[in-house]
Design a protein around this ligand. Structure first.
Ligand SMILES: Nc1nc2c(ncn2[C@@H]2O[C@H](COP(=O)(O)OP(=O)(O)O)[C@@H](O)[C@H]2O)c(=O)[nH]1
Ligand SMILES: [Mg+2]
Length: 408
């Protein structure tokens, strides 16, 4: 928002000075990425950020991806350029848990009229790596245990968690994939159980916690014949019991345990095409779905849950961050305020909104979204264009057999 703060400074001459201050209204979405050492976490975040700094992306895109920590951004870009130019990969980072913070800043932030009409100006994506080794190995000291719990606590604001299934290890275990899949899921389950006492406040289940746990095949380029449905089948065939018991453990950690999707969503990811002596960074799979998944999937899921069971109003805000503003953009601020005006003004913003406003936003058909996207692009309303594009990207991801979304 460009907030004009009028400071009426009386000067001796009686002149009035108006100071215009630009305040960027930023909405934050967090995403948690769980994966063992070598499963592709660092390469993934480097590819996500590096590709967004390419001229081709900068020209075409509706937004810039800016690293909030410049030094960290440069390191990620170095990783990316090393892969692209010299086929070198980033160094191994065992036991490192790093949050990365990116601001998704719309282009042409300065059109005052468009800016004023939108409910927020920029999205911040905070990306949390959680090293899977921490789930495989007991902490070596009490202090180490504390550090793990603290790191975990920082990522529980995420709506979405990706569980990386290492495509290389699946190959190593070809024919007996259950050995790898079971150990991965048991490790996660045991790790969570070990953290449980530290995480819960006097045994009270958590309100804020990732509610959507997506199984993500990393290094999908190593599996050219595996589409997302076959990956889904493989997980069910080889490790359905382990998925179910991880689901049980997650349920034991949260309030409103019905609002949890575990082992219902699947995605394919490849950060680049790795060939002998060459890393083709332009051949990426699923990376462009990360922002849409982090931002819009929670809103969609919230509506699905609300159709299945009663969600107390005050909970709407906690189960999917920013669902209110995303819905407002998707159905248009005017329509959204009509919904708002129909309900009593109490409690947090979302509690005021009949879930029907959210449903309306989610149920818009693809052709309607396409129209809105074209219109927003024409009007240079980049926020609406971006979010409607995210919706179209999700639809396309499903069509391209890269993404399976829960039907529940
Ligand atoms: N084929 C393929 N290999 C990958 C991909 N991403 C990572 N790798 C390989 O996996 C190694 C470990 O990746 P890294 O991101 O460092 O794993 P981390 O320990 O989870 O951070 C890299 O050095 C690459 O050799 C990918 O998308 N495709
Ligand atoms: Mg790493």
């Amino acid at each position: 928002m460009l907030a004009a703060i009028s400071a009426n400074c009386s000067r001796s001459a009686g002149a009035t000075v108006t100071v215009v201050v630009a305040i960027l209204r930023v909405r934050e979405q967090h995403i948690a990425v769980f994966g063992g050492s070598g499963s592709g976490k660092t390469v993934l975040v480097s590819s996500f950020y590096g590709a967004a700094q390419e001229q081709a992306f900068l020209k075409e895109s509706l937004f810039h991806v800016i690293a909030d920590d410049t030094g960290q951004g440069n390191r990620l870009r170095q990783n990316y350029l090393g892969m692209k130019k010299n086929a070198t990969v980033p160094g191994i980072t065992r036991f490192a848990a790093t949050p990365y913070s990116f601001t998704i800043k719309l282009k042409d932030q300065d059109d005052a009229k468009v800016a004023k009409a939108r409910p927020f100006d920029a999205l911040r994506l905070v990306w949390h790596d959680y090293p899977g080794e921490w789930f495989e190995e007991e902490p070596t000291s009490e202090e180490e245990g504390k550090r793990r719990a603290e790191t975990f606590r920082s990522l529980i604001r995420s709506d979405v968690a990706l569980v990386l299934v290492d495509g290389q290890r699946l190959l190593d275990y070809a024919g007996e994939e259950e050995k790898y899949l079971k150990s991965l899921l048991w490790g996660l389950r045991d790790g969570l159980l070990r953290l449980k006492d530290d995480l819960l406040n006097e045994g009270k289940p958590l309100a804020d916690f990732p509610r959507i746990w997506i199984m993500a095949l990393s290094k999908a380029d190593l599996h050219p014949n595996l589409d997302v449905h076959r990956f889904h089948d493989l997980v069910v065939e080889k490790a359905a019991g382990e998925v179910a018991s991880l689901h049980e453990v997650l349920k034991g950690l949260v309030q409103i345990p019905e609002a949890l999707s575990m082992g219902e969503d699947f995605i394919l990811l490849s950060s680049a095409k790795f060939e002998p002596g060459k890393i083709e960074v332009t051949e990426r799979v699923g990376i462009d779905l990360i922002l849409p998944v982090a931002s819009l999937l929670p809103l969609e899921r919230l509506v699905q849950w609300a159709e299945r069971f009663e969600i107390p109003r005050k909970w709407l805000d906690r189960l999917a961050n920013n669902a209110d503003v995303f819905a407002a953009v998707l159905i248009g601020s005017k329509a959204f305020s009509t919904f708002l005006n129909k309900v009593p003004k109490v409690g947090p913003l979302l509690a005021k909104v009949a879930p029907s406003a959210l449903t309306a936003a989610v149920k818009l058909g693809t052709s309607k979204i396409k129209d809105m996207n074209a219109e927003a692009r024409a009007n240079r309303d980049h926020l609406t264009a971006t979010l409607t594009q995210f919706r179209l990207d999700l639809d396309q991801g499903v069509k391209d057999d890269l993404l399976v979304k829960s039907l529940k």
